[in-house]
Design a protein around this ligand. Structure first.
Ligand code: ZN
Length: 292
Protein backbone atom coordinates (compact mmCIF):
# COMPACT_ATOMS: atom_id res chain seq x y z
CA UNK A 1 0.00 0.00 0.00
CA UNK A 2 1.25 3.49 -0.82
CA UNK A 3 2.67 5.52 2.06
CA UNK A 4 0.56 8.66 2.42
CA UNK A 5 2.25 9.84 5.61
CA UNK A 6 5.09 11.86 4.05
CA UNK A 7 3.19 14.02 1.56
CA UNK A 8 -0.21 14.53 -0.01
CA UNK A 9 0.52 14.00 -3.67
CA UNK A 10 -2.41 11.56 -3.94
CA UNK A 11 -4.92 13.83 -2.26
CA UNK A 12 -7.74 15.23 -4.36
CA UNK A 13 -10.46 17.57 -3.16
CA UNK A 14 -14.03 17.21 -4.31
CA UNK A 15 -14.99 20.85 -4.44
CA UNK A 16 -18.32 20.25 -2.66
CA UNK A 17 -16.16 19.87 0.44
CA UNK A 18 -15.29 23.59 0.51
CA UNK A 19 -17.92 25.38 -1.54
CA UNK A 20 -20.42 26.57 1.05
CA UNK A 21 -18.19 27.92 3.77
CA UNK A 22 -19.90 29.86 6.55
CA UNK A 23 -23.06 30.37 4.57
CA UNK A 24 -21.45 31.81 1.44
CA UNK A 25 -20.85 30.13 -1.91
CA UNK A 26 -17.10 30.06 -2.58
CA UNK A 27 -16.24 30.67 -6.26
CA UNK A 28 -14.57 27.72 -7.96
CA UNK A 29 -11.61 29.86 -9.03
CA UNK A 30 -10.90 30.62 -5.38
CA UNK A 31 -11.17 26.96 -4.39
CA UNK A 32 -8.69 26.06 -7.12
CA UNK A 33 -6.27 28.74 -5.88
CA UNK A 34 -6.64 27.60 -2.27
CA UNK A 35 -5.86 24.02 -3.31
CA UNK A 36 -2.90 25.06 -5.48
CA UNK A 37 -1.43 27.11 -2.62
CA UNK A 38 -1.41 23.94 -0.53
CA UNK A 39 0.22 21.72 -3.13
CA UNK A 40 -2.98 19.82 -3.77
CA UNK A 41 -2.58 18.37 -7.26
CA UNK A 42 -6.14 17.36 -8.12
CA UNK A 43 -9.75 18.33 -7.60
CA UNK A 44 -13.17 17.10 -8.68
CA UNK A 45 -15.51 20.00 -9.45
CA UNK A 46 -19.27 20.08 -10.00
CA UNK A 47 -20.92 21.05 -13.25
CA UNK A 48 -22.83 23.99 -11.83
CA UNK A 49 -19.63 25.44 -10.37
CA UNK A 50 -17.88 25.10 -13.72
CA UNK A 51 -20.85 26.64 -15.54
CA UNK A 52 -20.73 29.66 -13.23
CA UNK A 53 -16.95 30.04 -13.49
CA UNK A 54 -16.90 29.36 -17.24
CA UNK A 55 -15.71 26.12 -18.82
CA UNK A 56 -12.78 27.57 -20.78
CA UNK A 57 -11.68 29.85 -17.96
CA UNK A 58 -11.68 26.88 -15.58
CA UNK A 59 -9.70 24.75 -18.04
CA UNK A 60 -7.13 27.56 -18.36
CA UNK A 61 -6.81 28.00 -14.61
CA UNK A 62 -6.34 24.27 -14.08
CA UNK A 63 -3.65 24.14 -16.77
CA UNK A 64 -1.87 27.14 -15.26
CA UNK A 65 -1.64 25.30 -11.93
CA UNK A 66 -0.87 21.93 -13.51
CA UNK A 67 -3.89 20.63 -11.66
CA UNK A 68 -5.63 17.37 -12.61
CA UNK A 69 -9.26 16.29 -12.26
CA UNK A 70 -9.69 13.01 -10.38
CA UNK A 71 -13.25 13.09 -11.72
CA UNK A 72 -16.02 15.38 -12.88
CA UNK A 73 -19.32 15.62 -11.00
CA UNK A 74 -21.57 14.56 -12.41
CA UNK A 75 -23.62 12.84 -15.09
CA UNK A 76 -26.45 10.38 -14.69
CA UNK A 77 -30.05 10.97 -13.59
CA UNK A 78 -31.32 8.90 -16.50
CA UNK A 79 -34.87 7.84 -15.48
CA UNK A 80 -37.66 10.10 -16.62
CA UNK A 81 -41.44 10.24 -16.75
CA UNK A 82 -41.64 10.04 -20.55
CA UNK A 83 -39.66 9.62 -23.76
CA UNK A 84 -38.89 13.32 -24.03
CA UNK A 85 -37.44 13.26 -20.53
CA UNK A 86 -35.28 10.24 -21.32
CA UNK A 87 -33.94 11.99 -24.44
CA UNK A 88 -33.23 15.17 -22.50
CA UNK A 89 -31.23 13.17 -19.97
CA UNK A 90 -29.12 11.62 -22.72
CA UNK A 91 -28.48 15.05 -24.25
CA UNK A 92 -27.46 16.42 -20.90
CA UNK A 93 -25.07 13.52 -20.31
CA UNK A 94 -23.52 14.13 -23.70
CA UNK A 95 -22.82 17.72 -22.69
CA UNK A 96 -21.34 16.50 -19.39
CA UNK A 97 -19.03 14.16 -21.30
CA UNK A 98 -17.88 17.03 -23.51
CA UNK A 99 -17.20 19.24 -20.50
CA UNK A 100 -15.27 16.45 -18.78
CA UNK A 101 -13.20 16.07 -21.94
CA UNK A 102 -12.46 19.80 -22.12
CA UNK A 103 -11.29 19.69 -18.50
CA UNK A 104 -9.31 16.50 -19.14
CA UNK A 105 -11.02 14.68 -16.26
CA UNK A 106 -10.00 11.15 -15.31
CA UNK A 107 -13.66 10.14 -15.56
CA UNK A 108 -17.22 11.43 -15.54
CA UNK A 109 -18.90 10.29 -12.33
CA UNK A 110 -22.44 8.98 -12.80
CA UNK A 111 -25.03 9.38 -10.08
CA UNK A 112 -27.47 7.37 -12.10
CA UNK A 113 -30.82 8.63 -10.81
CA UNK A 114 -33.80 6.73 -9.43
CA UNK A 115 -37.54 7.41 -9.36
CA UNK A 116 -37.98 10.46 -11.60
CA UNK A 117 -39.31 13.44 -9.69
CA UNK A 118 -38.53 11.87 -6.30
CA UNK A 119 -35.84 14.42 -5.56
CA UNK A 120 -38.53 17.10 -5.64
CA UNK A 121 -40.86 15.00 -3.48
CA UNK A 122 -43.28 13.76 -6.15
CA UNK A 123 -42.17 10.65 -8.06
CA UNK A 124 -43.77 10.19 -11.47
CA UNK A 125 -43.75 6.45 -10.87
CA UNK A 126 -42.68 4.07 -8.11
CA UNK A 127 -41.44 1.09 -10.12
CA UNK A 128 -37.79 0.81 -9.10
CA UNK A 129 -37.18 -2.01 -11.59
CA UNK A 130 -38.33 0.32 -14.37
CA UNK A 131 -35.92 2.98 -13.13
CA UNK A 132 -33.10 0.45 -13.14
CA UNK A 133 -33.95 -0.50 -16.70
CA UNK A 134 -33.89 3.13 -17.78
CA UNK A 135 -30.55 3.58 -16.04
CA UNK A 136 -29.10 0.59 -17.85
CA UNK A 137 -30.31 1.88 -21.23
CA UNK A 138 -29.06 5.38 -20.44
CA UNK A 139 -25.58 4.23 -19.48
CA UNK A 140 -25.43 2.10 -22.64
CA UNK A 141 -26.30 5.11 -24.79
CA UNK A 142 -23.87 7.44 -23.01
CA UNK A 143 -21.14 4.84 -23.26
CA UNK A 144 -21.35 4.81 -27.05
CA UNK A 145 -20.57 8.51 -27.13
CA UNK A 146 -18.07 8.39 -24.26
CA UNK A 147 -16.07 5.75 -26.12
CA UNK A 148 -15.96 7.94 -29.24
CA UNK A 149 -14.46 10.87 -27.39
CA UNK A 150 -12.41 8.84 -24.90
CA UNK A 151 -14.01 9.80 -21.60
CA UNK A 152 -14.37 6.95 -19.08
CA UNK A 153 -17.70 6.70 -17.24
CA UNK A 154 -17.63 5.86 -13.53
CA UNK A 155 -20.86 4.53 -12.01
CA UNK A 156 -21.09 5.57 -8.36
CA UNK A 157 -23.18 3.13 -6.30
CA UNK A 158 -25.06 5.09 -3.65
CA UNK A 159 -26.08 3.88 -0.19
CA UNK A 160 -29.56 2.27 -0.38
CA UNK A 161 -30.98 5.10 1.73
CA UNK A 162 -30.82 7.12 -1.51
CA UNK A 163 -32.40 4.47 -3.76
CA UNK A 164 -35.62 6.42 -4.19
CA UNK A 165 -34.29 9.84 -5.06
CA UNK A 166 -30.68 9.78 -6.25
CA UNK A 167 -29.43 6.40 -7.44
CA UNK A 168 -31.05 3.00 -7.89
CA UNK A 169 -27.61 1.39 -8.23
CA UNK A 170 -26.81 0.70 -4.60
CA UNK A 171 -24.02 -1.82 -4.34
CA UNK A 172 -20.66 -2.28 -5.98
CA UNK A 173 -21.80 -5.70 -7.16
CA UNK A 174 -24.81 -4.18 -8.93
CA UNK A 175 -22.60 -1.59 -10.64
CA UNK A 176 -20.06 -4.19 -11.72
CA UNK A 177 -22.80 -6.42 -13.14
CA UNK A 178 -23.74 -3.55 -15.47
CA UNK A 179 -20.11 -2.91 -16.36
CA UNK A 180 -19.65 -6.58 -17.25
CA UNK A 181 -22.59 -6.51 -19.66
CA UNK A 182 -21.80 -3.18 -21.34
CA UNK A 183 -18.00 -3.44 -21.32
CA UNK A 184 -17.26 -7.15 -21.18
CA UNK A 185 -13.75 -6.63 -22.53
CA UNK A 186 -12.82 -4.39 -19.55
CA UNK A 187 -11.55 -1.67 -21.86
CA UNK A 188 -11.42 1.00 -19.16
CA UNK A 189 -14.31 2.89 -20.79
CA UNK A 190 -16.74 1.94 -18.02
CA UNK A 191 -16.09 1.42 -14.33
CA UNK A 192 -17.00 2.59 -10.87
CA UNK A 193 -16.44 5.48 -8.51
CA UNK A 194 -16.06 3.86 -5.11
CA UNK A 195 -17.18 6.15 -2.30
CA UNK A 196 -16.58 4.76 1.17
CA UNK A 197 -19.60 6.65 2.55
CA UNK A 198 -21.88 4.61 0.31
CA UNK A 199 -20.26 1.18 0.41
CA UNK A 200 -18.42 0.75 3.71
CA UNK A 201 -21.22 -1.37 5.24
CA UNK A 202 -21.39 -3.88 2.35
CA UNK A 203 -20.55 -7.47 3.46
CA UNK A 204 -19.35 -8.17 -0.08
CA UNK A 205 -17.12 -5.10 -0.29
CA UNK A 206 -13.71 -6.78 -0.24
CA UNK A 207 -14.82 -9.47 -2.65
CA UNK A 208 -16.32 -6.99 -5.11
CA UNK A 209 -13.33 -4.63 -4.99
CA UNK A 210 -11.13 -7.58 -5.96
CA UNK A 211 -13.59 -8.39 -8.73
CA UNK A 212 -13.50 -4.79 -9.99
CA UNK A 213 -9.77 -4.75 -10.50
CA UNK A 214 -7.70 -1.96 -11.95
CA UNK A 215 -9.78 -1.59 -15.12
CA UNK A 216 -12.99 -0.87 -13.23
CA UNK A 217 -11.76 1.19 -10.27
CA UNK A 218 -11.79 4.67 -11.78
CA UNK A 219 -12.21 6.86 -8.69
CA UNK A 220 -11.96 6.51 -4.91
CA UNK A 221 -13.87 8.89 -2.60
CA UNK A 222 -13.18 9.22 1.12
CA UNK A 223 -14.87 10.76 4.14
CA UNK A 224 -16.19 9.09 7.29
CA UNK A 225 -19.46 7.82 8.82
CA UNK A 226 -20.32 9.85 11.90
CA UNK A 227 -22.06 8.54 14.98
CA UNK A 228 -24.72 9.72 15.06
CA UNK A 229 -25.33 10.73 11.45
CA UNK A 230 -27.70 13.66 11.86
CA UNK A 231 -28.58 14.12 8.18
CA UNK A 232 -28.29 11.35 5.60
CA UNK A 233 -27.10 13.61 2.79
CA UNK A 234 -25.07 16.38 4.36
CA UNK A 235 -23.56 15.11 7.61
CA UNK A 236 -20.55 13.25 6.33
CA UNK A 237 -17.60 13.11 8.68
CA UNK A 238 -13.99 14.15 8.23
CA UNK A 239 -11.73 11.13 7.78
CA UNK A 240 -10.86 9.82 11.22
CA UNK A 241 -13.99 11.16 12.90
CA UNK A 242 -16.17 8.11 12.27
CA UNK A 243 -16.29 4.33 12.04
CA UNK A 244 -15.10 3.60 8.49
CA UNK A 245 -11.88 1.57 8.42
CA UNK A 246 -10.28 3.70 5.76
CA UNK A 247 -6.85 2.10 5.62
CA UNK A 248 -8.37 -1.35 5.34
CA UNK A 249 -10.51 -0.32 2.39
CA UNK A 250 -7.61 1.48 0.67
CA UNK A 251 -5.55 -1.65 1.11
CA UNK A 252 -8.22 -3.64 -0.76
CA UNK A 253 -8.50 -1.00 -3.46
CA UNK A 254 -4.78 -0.79 -4.03
CA UNK A 255 -4.37 -4.58 -3.93
CA UNK A 256 -6.88 -4.63 -6.78
CA UNK A 257 -4.61 -2.28 -8.75
CA UNK A 258 -5.98 1.19 -8.07
CA UNK A 259 -3.19 3.79 -7.99
CA UNK A 260 -5.08 7.07 -8.34
CA UNK A 261 -6.17 9.86 -6.04
CA UNK A 262 -7.97 9.56 -2.73
CA UNK A 263 -10.65 12.21 -3.31
CA UNK A 264 -12.06 13.85 -0.21
CA UNK A 265 -15.80 14.43 -0.57
CA UNK A 266 -17.47 15.80 2.55
CA UNK A 267 -20.97 17.27 2.56
CA UNK A 268 -21.13 18.73 6.03
CA UNK A 269 -23.74 21.41 6.59
CA UNK A 270 -23.52 21.07 10.36
CA UNK A 271 -19.76 21.07 10.80
CA UNK A 272 -17.16 21.63 8.06
CA UNK A 273 -19.28 24.02 6.00
CA UNK A 274 -19.51 26.15 9.14
CA UNK A 275 -15.74 26.68 9.12
CA UNK A 276 -13.38 28.41 6.72
CA UNK A 277 -12.26 26.62 3.57
CA UNK A 278 -8.65 27.06 4.69
CA UNK A 279 -9.23 25.19 7.95
CA UNK A 280 -11.12 22.44 6.15
CA UNK A 281 -8.40 21.99 3.51
CA UNK A 282 -5.62 21.98 6.10
CA UNK A 283 -7.51 19.33 8.06
CA UNK A 284 -8.02 17.25 4.91
CA UNK A 285 -4.27 17.29 4.31
CA UNK A 286 -3.49 16.29 7.90
CA UNK A 287 -6.03 13.47 7.92
CA UNK A 288 -4.95 12.27 4.48
CA UNK A 289 -1.49 11.74 5.90
CA UNK A 290 -2.62 10.05 9.11
CA UNK A 291 -5.83 8.07 8.62
CA UNK A 292 -6.60 7.69 4.88
ZN1 ZN B 1 -18.71 10.29 -4.03
Amino acid sequence: MRDFSQDHRWLSINTATVRKQQGAEVPLARIIDQCAQRGIRAISPWRDQVATAGLDATARQLRAHGMALSGYCRGGFYPAADAAGLRAALDDNRRAIDEAKTLDAACLVLVVGALPGALDGTPHYTDLARARGEVFDGIAASLDYARQVGMPLAIEPLHPMQAADRACINTLEQALDICDVLDAQKTGALGVALDVYHVWWDPKLAQQIARAGRERLLAYHVCDWRLPTRDLLSDRGMMGDGVIELKKIRQWVEAAGFAGYAEVEIFSALDWWQRTGEETLDTCIARHRTVV
